[in-house]
Structures are given as structure tokens and as C-alpha cells.
Design a protein around this ligand. Structure first.
Ligand SMILES: Cc1cc2nc3c(=O)[nH]c(=O)nc-3n(C[C@H](O)[C@H](O)[C@H](O)COP(=O)(O)OP(=O)(O)OC[C@H]3O[C@@H](n4cnc5c(N)ncnc54)[C@H](O)[C@@H]3O)c2cc1C
Length: 392
């Protein structure tokens, strides 16, 4: 049996390797970085992905490193007033059968990596960047920057936002820049001054900005994320999203919210991108997964979750189609396309929603105030999860 080759050893690539190995497939993961790893910040995981992590057999192993917040809180950054909360307690777990948790990216990626290392079907190769591929009748030939050549029965491009495999399959050029800039900071929990919401995941939304806080590593550290929708970027000015614009936009906020900028590092920022949903991301024995297929803004916190759902569905379709990879990949993308497109488009909407100002902000707050804490209506369709092989 020839190997399936996965380009990219991020969360999506590793989840796909694990899912395919569980179906008895031989897999090789090529990662361009010198080591398999992730950046040192937090990531949110909803019940839809817990269901998938459970199927992959890694959920239990992740639990000790996870934090299970009490509630998801939305607060107004101009007033520091709590506007609404979604309870993550018993009613939530009863509704979705799985919890919501937050975790350090390294712990999530590390958990997947450890599970991959235990599977003899999986070969992990770092410092190997895929450059191009050609397809023959029964195989794909992949050439790497270091001169290595691999013959595989199929290729899965999981190289993230700027996937070279995507360019060969779709050829839609650079991703769409949103004009949003993210600053992060992880600090010891003891440094947090306002402790009223430390057991929750809180989002403060303000005009053209928001701030997110939640604890990681059994509560030992607080993950802080500040995002701005750059006005300089919209006006085509230089220094868009620079640290002084972060300060400028937060200057109008409630002092208690502004004060949280002390937890945020100005050393680097992340520039947010997504892409328009497409109607095809497969070419014969080659397909895409995760951000390579459907990169999204982070406003629903679902990019990695979609990648993990992709992985489980992909492996099911491969198992069902035997050696017919083109058929398996078309069945996979058919099942994943609309759900991932809905995440991309809804995430754009939620970015706008939390960044409102003026009368629109007033209306948002009034409508949100009356909400039922036990019904997360805006993400219910997501959190209910997907059926795989006819079962949830
Ligand atoms: C600020 C922010 C917050 C976020 N929060 C959340 C959240 O709370 N929950 C959530 O689910 N998602 C979140 N996301 C989205 C999430 O980070 C991504 O969707 C996820 O990391 C995508 O995983 P991936 O494996 O598809 O791609 P990536 O993580 O980008 O991994 C791609 C891998 O491929 C490698 N690679 C690249 N090119 C090549 C090549 N040519 N050959 C070989 N290897 C290559 C890269 O080195 C990398 O390791 C957030 C994103 C941002 C920016």
C-alpha cells in the first residue's frame, strides 16, 4: 500500500494523519519547520470539536491541560458592563453532550503529535517543504525544496493560509486581508487585577476593537488577545495596526478595559486574513484541508475546529471509497464545503457585530441583554456538531 502524503504538520495535518491511521492507512506528514510545534497562546474548543477529539481518542489526554470556563461573557468595552452570558454548565453539557474548553495551542498540538507518534502507520518528517506535485493515473509525485521526491497514492494540502497545494489546485492567489490586527499576551494569573471574571471566557467589544481573556494551564496563566479593525488600513495610511493605533483605539474605552492592555505584548502582531468560499478544492488525488481549504477570521474561534472536523470526515470518506481517492475527496469536500463556508461568512459578521458603535451598538446591547443564558443561538448550529457515518 502506498502512503498518503500530508503537507503541513499543524493542527489540521496532524488530526488528518491520526484519523487516516485509525482507518489503517499509511501516512507521511511533511512539515517545513525544523520542528513540529505551535505558537504559545490559547485556543478555544467547542463541543463540536470535542466530539471529534473524542473520536480521535485524544480528548481524555487533553483534559488535564484544559480549562473549562464557567461562562462565555460579552461585555461592552466602552462601559465595562456585562451585556450577556452563555452558561457552560450542566444545561450546556446536556444540550451538546460535550463541553467547551480552552487550551494552550502547544498542549493541543502536542496531544495530537503524541498520538501520531504512537501510530506505526505515521511517519513525521520536519524541515521538509513541499514545492510542487504532478499527478499520474495511480499516484501523485511530490517534490520538496530539499530535493526529496515522494510517490504517494494521494496528497492532502494542509499547509495553512498560504498553501502551495491550494495554488496548484485553485490558483486564487493571495488571501483577503481583513485590515484587522491581533496582539496577544500570556501572563501569570496572579498579575490579573480585576478578578471578577477570571473563571470565564470574556469578550469586551468596542468600536473597531475587542479584547478577549481566558485562563490556560489549569488557571496558572491568563491568555489576553486584543484585536483592532484598523482605521488607518481602511484609509490606506501607513503604519496600519501599529502599537500606537492599538493605544489610540483603546483610549476611548472604560479605564478598567484600557488597563488590560498592560497584559498585551507589543512585540509582534498577527494580520488577519480569510478567503472567499469556493465550490471546489479537489483535483483528482489531491485535496485541501483546514486553513488551506477555508481560512476564516477568528471571530467564531472555529478555524482549527473546522480543520479537525475536516480530518475526521476525510478519513471516513477514504475508508468508504477503498482506493478510489478522487471519489473519496469529492465526497469529503461535498460534506465540508457549506459548513466551512458558513463559518467563514458568519465569522465576518461577528467581527462587525462586536466592533459596533453608535446606534447599532445600542441596539446590539439591548437585544443581547435579554438573551437566554442556556441557549447559545448564534453558535447552536455549530456546537450541535456533525454526523459522521450517520451518527453524531
Ligand atoms: C488570533 C487567532 C485566534 C484564533 N483562535 C482560534 C480558536 O480559538 N479556535 C480555533 O479553532 N481556531 C482559532 N484560530 C484559527 C486557527 O489558528 C487556524 O484555523 C488553524 O491553526 C489552522 O490549522 P491548519 O493546520 O489548517 O494550518 P496551520 O496551523 O497554518 O498549519 C500549517 C502547517 O503547514 C506548514 N507548512 C506551510 N507550508 C508548507 C509547505 N510548503 N510544506 C510543508 N509544510 C508547510 C506550516 O509550517 C504549519 O506547520 C485562530 C486564529 C487566529 C489568527
Amino acid at each position: 500500500m502506498k502512503e498518503i502524503l500530508i503537507a503541513g504538520g499543524g493542527i489540521g495535518g496532524l488530526a488528518a494523519a491520526l484519523a487516516l491511521a485509525q482507518k489503517g492507512r499509511k501516512v507521511r506528514v511533511l512539515e517545513k519547520a525544523a520542528e513540529f510545534g505551535e505558537i504559545g497562546y490559547g485556543i478555544q474548543m467547542g463541543p463540536n470539536v470535542c466530539r471529534m477529539l473524542d473520536r480521535l481518542g485524544v480528548l481524555k489526554a487533553l483534559e488535564p491541560a484544559a480549562v473549562f470556563p464557567e461562562a462565555l461573557i460579552f461585555a461592552d468595552a466602552l462601559t465595562n458592563e456585562e451585556i450577556s452570558r452563555i452558561s457552560l454548565g450542566a444545561a450546556f453539557r446536556a444540550r451538546y453532550q460535550f463541553p467547551y474548553f480552552v487550551i494552550h495551542r502547544r498542549d493541543l498540538h502536542g496531544g495530537l503529535l503524541a498520538a501520531c507518534r504512537q501510530r506505526q502507520e505515521i511517519v513525521l518528517e520536519s524541515s521538509t517543504e513541499i514545492k510542487k506535485f504532478t499527478q499520474q493515473d495511480e499516484q501523485v509525485t511530490i517534490t520538496c525544496e530539499n530535493g526529496a521526491v515522494h510517490e504517494a497514492c494521494a496528497l492532502i494540502g494542509a499547509e495553512g493560509l498560504r498553501s502551495p497545494t491550494r495554488q496548484a489546485v485553485i490558483g486564487d492567489g493571495a488571501p483577503r486581508m481583513a485590515g484587522h490586527y491581533v496582539y496577544r499576551g500570556v501572563v501569570p494569573d496572579a498579575q490579573i487585577v480585576d478578578r471578577r471574571r477570571v473563571n470565564c471566557m470574556t469578550i469586551w467589544g468596542g468600536p473597531d476593537l475587542h479584547l478577549v481573556q481566558y485562563r490556560l494551564q489549569s488557571g496558572a496563566v491568563m491568555n489576553n488577545v486584543a484585536t483592532i479593525a484598523s482605521r488607518r488600513w481602511r484609509r490606506g495610511e501607513p503604519d496600519a495596526g501599529a502599537p500606537d493605533e492599538l493605544e489610540e483605539l483603546f483610549a476611548r474605552m472604560h479605564p478598567g478595559v484600557r488597563d488590560s492592555l498592560r497584559y498585551i505584548s507589543r512585540e509582534r502582531n498577527w494580520v488577519l486574513h480569510d478567503r472567499e468560499p469556493v465550490t471546489n478544492w479537489t483535483d483528482g488525488r489531491v485535496t485541501l484541508l483546514g486553513d488551506a481549504a477555508h481560512p476564516t477570521l477568528q471571530y467564531l474561534a472555529q478555524g482549527a475546529q473546522m480543520a479537525i472536523e475536516d480530518a475526521v470526515v476525510l478519513a471516513e470518506k477514504v475508508a468508504a471509497a477503498g482506493e478510489d481517492y478522487p471519489r473519496a475527496f469529492l465526497a469529503y469536500q461535498r460534506e465540508r464545503m457549506n459548513r466551512s463556508a458558513r463559518v467563514v461568512l458568519s465569522s465576518r459578521f461577528f467581527g462587525e457585530y462586536i466592533h459596533l458603535d453608535g446606534g447599532a451598538r445600542e441596539l446590539r446591547n439591548e437585544l443581547a441583554r435579554g438573551r437566554d443564558p442556556d441557549l447559545p443561538w448564534e453558535v447552536d448550529w455549530l456546537y450541535r456538531g456533525i454526523e459522521v457515518n450517520g451518527r453524531l
